[in-house]
Design a binder for this molecule. Structure first.
Ligand code: PGA
Length: 251
């Protein structure tokens, strides 16, 4: 199963929050299929959301997993636990984890393999910083991140990538849609040419996606969907983005 639109709730939410979220989403979503839609809530809510009666069938996944499967790792959650709680995917290597929690390329490779081992679709996040972009290093940085993450993997066989320019996250600004499109094309080329045994299911864009800009973004051929942060916190906004996606690409 592939994912097209993922809600990344980050460190936000509560029981009351997700109850209200589903009421709003269900009221505004116009599609009939939920395949391709996912929510990455804070992990304490994962199984409750997977089983919540008003969840119409949206997949759940984690925002992170540990690089080990068990042991003396206070505070961490494993890939098998996410699977056991009903999770179907995990975001891996989000720029906030790389920057705030010191995640290395080796950590990310280990996590990708562990996700694969427990049948979680790994959503590998990559993206350049503002400074790297200013120095015209976007392409080389993204290639480096992809190669470093995938070279260390031995189990991984399917993958979704989220291209998330760090400077666009939570800022209200995005690259031009055509620019995102050509970056996605480049990412697909790198994976297909260097890691031909890996089935790259989709390349999503993330960074300030909203109901306002998603039409211009989803019109681009190589943009297979989005990882949505801020605009995923209201069920109505996420439903609007999903409705626009459905109109242009069909879930
Ligand atoms: P944003 O976050 O949509 O709020 O920019 C995206 C993300 O960090 O995944």
């Amino acid at each position: 199963m592939g994912f097209n639109l993922l809600a990344n709730w980050k460190l936000n939410g509560s029981q009351a929050f997700y109850q209200r979220w589903f009421a709003e989403f269900n009221q505004h979503y116009e599609g009939s299929s939920y395949i391709g839609l996912g929510i990455a809530p804070p992990s304490v809510f994962l199984s409750a959301i997977a089983e919540y009666p008003s969840n119409p069938g949206i997949a759940v996944g984690s925002q992170n997993i540990d690089r080990f499967s068990s042991g003396a790792r206070t505070g961490e959650i494993s890939s098998s636990m996410v699977q056991d709680a009903g999770g179907l995917f995990s975001i891996i290597g989000h720029s906030e984890r790389r920057a705030n929690f010191g995640e290395s390329d080796a950590d990310i490779s280990a996590k990708l393999d562990l996700a694969a081992q427990y049948s979680l679709e790994p959503i590998l996040c990559i993206g350049e910083s503002e400074e790297e972009r200013a120095k015209n290093k976007t392409e080389s940085i993204l290639k480096h991140q992809v190669v470093q993450a995938l070279e260390g993997c031995s189990v991984l066989n399917t993958l979704t990538i989220a291209y998330e320019p760090v400077w666009a996250i939570g800022r209200g600004s995005t690259p031009e849609p055509q620019e995102i499109n050509s970056i996605h094309e480049m990412i697909k080329d790198v994976v297909q040419s260097r890691f031909s045994s890996i089935d790259l299911r989709a390349v999503l864009y993330g960074g300030s996606v909203s109901a306002k800009n998603s039409e211009s973004i989803f019109k681009e051929k190589e943009i297979d969907g989005a990882l949505v942060g801020g605009a995923s916190l209201q069920g109505e906004d996420f439903a609007s983005v999903a409705n626009i996606f459905n109109d242009l690409k069909r879930l």
